[in-house]
Write a protein that binds this ligand. Structure first.
Ligand SMILES: *Cc1c(COP(=O)(O)O)cnc(C)c1O
Length: 427
């Protein structure tokens, strides 16, 4: 499993991405700037593929983790599919040439317009999250005269033991269908002549750090699959296991991709009781992107207080919302190695936005050598970073670059201009 520093490290005293120096990139493009490592992205995907080999499988990258076309285009080249939660994401996937047959559509609030467009594109399957949604998909499918594959998203009531905002598989969460609802749907499916129940899916949450919740969810899913097949008197084609595997932000003990895929093999592989009967889908997002990206920012001002200081930087919560939203931890390292070490001082690294939640670190012991004008890298920002960004306080959004194989850079997003800020507005 990659840790935050394995692709972002010092080379000749300067921070690099896989050995590619970042200082010249910043000189040219300025900060705030998101940088990504193609090597890191590929490494996790290849490890997942290796772990799932022998299984008929489809890895669907969860586009919402980072939906930049440059990232999607790179991921597409690894031949995996995509997990979408809006038609906007489907259109992004189509932009980079992803085969719709490798796309699944998840989410609790799909609109008729979104469903219509998606049905016409003939995606792999819809993950259905409510009875009313099922009825809507059925009506649209009938209107389009297109047979649609659906998976019923099961809420297994398993505690993923993660931050409450990213728990999705508990009874109290808005996601998925309960067992009884699923059995009811199965009993009545004959009414929907354009729907085929081809699979079941689960996705219990994000940043999950132990195998137990997965183990429990997979066991419950298998049991439900059996019940559903008995009722349908037919086999399901696939099971979608969702995403959610956690990554290292600080020093968490995580589950390796190897152990995660071994668990999948144990439940669904050739040696399992199911003897690899189903196509297995997974939907990783964070796992692929989190430690493949960093947010670079410049210290604007240092402001001293009793026993601590503020480092006011030019990035803010509108660029990276995770600390404000989840009080999440991100490692912060200087661009210049010689700004590390020596005596430290409790530092609050904060942005310019008028909210006290606008911070990247609190009481972080950072070297006293870090001063105004220094560049800092906020690590592990590749997932749910840029994709959650906004324009609060009328701040143009950051630029993004992909470092390809540690050898060259690809500008994958221009910095927004002021004109971009009021595009579509009327005086
Ligand atoms: C967000 C999401 C994912 C990805 O979760 P990660 O924790 O980033 O792996 C997968 N599936 C669904 C349905 C999601 O909503």
């Amino acid at each position: 499993m990659t840790d935050p520093q394995s692709h972002f490290y010092f080379s000749n005293g300067k921070l690099s991405v896989d050995g590619y120096p970042l200082e010249p990139v910043i000189k040219k493009l300025n900060t705030p700037l998101y940088v990504y490592s193609s090597v890191a992205i590929r490494a996790s995907i290849e490890e997942l593929k290796k772990g799932l080999s022998g299984l008929n499988h489809l890895i669907c990258y969860a586009v919402k983790a980072n939906s930049n076309l440059g990232i999607l285009s790179f991921i597409k080249k690894t031949n995996i599919g995509m997990d979408l939660v809006s038609v906007g994401e489907l259109k992004r996937a189509l932009q980079v040439g992803v085969d719709p047959q490798k796309c699944v559509f998840s989410g609790v609030g799909k609109t008729e317009k979104e469903i219509t467009f998606t049905i016409q594109k003939k995606i792999h399957s819809f993950n259905v999250e409510s009875v009313e949604e099922l009825e809507l998909i059925s009506r649209v499918a009938e209107k389009c005269k297109i047979k649609v594959n659906i998976a019923l998203r099961y809420n297994p009531d398993v505690d993923p033991k993660t931050h409450p905002y990213i728990s999705t598989g508990l009874k109290e969460n808005k996601f998925g269908l309960e067992k009884n609802e699923i059995l009811e749907i199965v009993k009545n499916i004959k009414r929907h002549s354009f729907l085929k129940i081809s699979g079941l899916s689960v996705h219990i949450g994000s940043q999950i750090l132990t195998l137990k919740p997965f183990d429990d969810a997979f066991a419950k899913l298998k049991k439900l699959a059996k019940d559903v097949e008995l009722l349908m008197k037919a086999r399901l084609d696939f099971l979608d296991l969702g995403g959610g595997l956690g990554v290292v932000y600080q020093n968490e003990k995580t589950v390796s991709i190897k152990h995660y895929t071994q668990l999948i093999q144990k439940h669904f592989g050739k040696k399992s009781d199911l003897k690899a009967r189903y196509e297995i889908l997974i939907e990783p997002g964070r796992l692929i992107m989190a430690n493949a990206g960093a947010l670079l920012t410049t210290v604007l001002f240092e402001k001293k207080r009793d026993k601590k200081r503020f480092l006011i930087v030019d990035a803010a919560m509108n660029d990276l919302l995770r600390p404000a939203l989840y009080e999440s931890y991100h490692d912060i390292v200087p661009l210049q190695q010689n700004k590390q070490g020596g005596s430290t001082i409790n530092s609050d690294v904060v942005g310019p936005v008028c909210e006290s939640a606008d911070f990247f670190a609190r009481k972080r012991k950072l070297s006293k050598k870090i001063k105004s004008k220094d560049i800092l890298a906020i690590l592990s920002a590749g997932a749910y970073g840029m994709s959650m960004s906004g324009n609060y306080n009328s701040r143009p959004r950051a630029a993004e670059v992909l470092v390809v194989d540690g050898k060259k850079i690809k500008n994958i997003r221009l910095r927004e201009t002021e004109q971009d800020l009021w595009r579509g507005e009327k005086k």
